[in-house]
Design a protein around this ligand. Structure first.
Ligand code: ADP
Ligand code: 5GP
Length: 203
């Protein structure tokens, strides 16, 4: 049976990951959005179990010790991680999984799964990124500064990604369409059909 593919969507804070991912998920395609665990506090409007599982530092560290995470990283002082349970059952049953995660986690995923597809999403410029992050109005000035500093480091990992999506002004729909095209191309990769040669000779 054909396995699902892991799609990693990365990009600095304010690049539009959540916006693009939500638009993709609203299409009702063969994607499961992996809900991460985090120790950061919920923003206004975020729902536990939908946007993230908001847990304590102690709970997260226990999870690390038990091996509950497929990948995890620290970002501006908080833990973020992908529970194995958000990923493996879906991939095994042929469903694609989308992870919206930062660069360190993306590198861990690529190491574990050579079939994973790494996508970097960026607005046209750093000044546009800053304007979008400020325009969102969800962070304090101190947090915005930490995120912009982190953004500079993250963009330097550009060449470790398989695909680049440019999130122009009003470019969300175009990014969703490009993700669909990438997903279609991925579905033909040999790595998705590990049993085919054996079946070919035995039937
Ligand atoms: P991220 O999840 O990467 O931190 P968001 O999806 O929250 O980023 O987007 C950051 C801000 O930029 C939000 O206010 C969002 O509405 C806005 N935004 C996202 N994509 C676009 C776009 N293509 N054009 C204009 N504004 C955008
Ligand atoms: P935010 O606090 O803005 O929701 O997320 C901060 C950063 O953490 C973003 O780059 C986001 O993609 C990333 N992130 C969210 N969940 C995970 C996760 O499970 N693992 C890793 N490594 N990063 C994550």
């Amino acid at each position: 049976m054909k396995k699902g593919t892991v799609f990693v969507l990365s990009g600095p804070a304010g690049s539009g990951k959540s916006t693009v991912r939500e638009a993709l998920m609203s299409r009702g395609l063969n994607f499961h959005y992996s809900v991460s665990d985090t120790t950061r506090k919920p923003r206004a409007g975020e729902v536990n179990g939908v946007d993230y599982n908001f847990i304590t530092r102690e709970e997260f560290e226990e999870g690390i010790a038990r091996g509950d995470y497929y990948e995890h990283a620290k970002y501006t002082g908080e833990y973020y991680g992908t529970p194995v349970s958000q990923l493996e059952p879906y991939i095994e049953s042929g469903v694609n999984v989308i992870l919206e995660i930062e660069v360190d986690g993306a590198m861990q995923v690529k190491k574990r799964d050579k079939n994973a597809v790494l996508v970097m999403l960026l607005p046209p410029s750093f000044s546009c990124l800053e304007a979008r992050l400020r325009g969102r109005g969800t962070e304090t000035e101190e947090k915005i500064r930490r995120r912009l500093a982190r953004a500079r480091a993250e963009v330097l990992h550009f060449d470790k990604y398989d695909y680049f999506l440019l999130n122009d002004d009003d470019g969300v729909e175009a990014c969703v369409r490009q993700l669909e095209i990438i997903a279609e191309a991925q579905s033909y990769r040999t790595g998705n059909y590990p049993d085919f040669p054996t079946k070919f000779f035995n039937t």
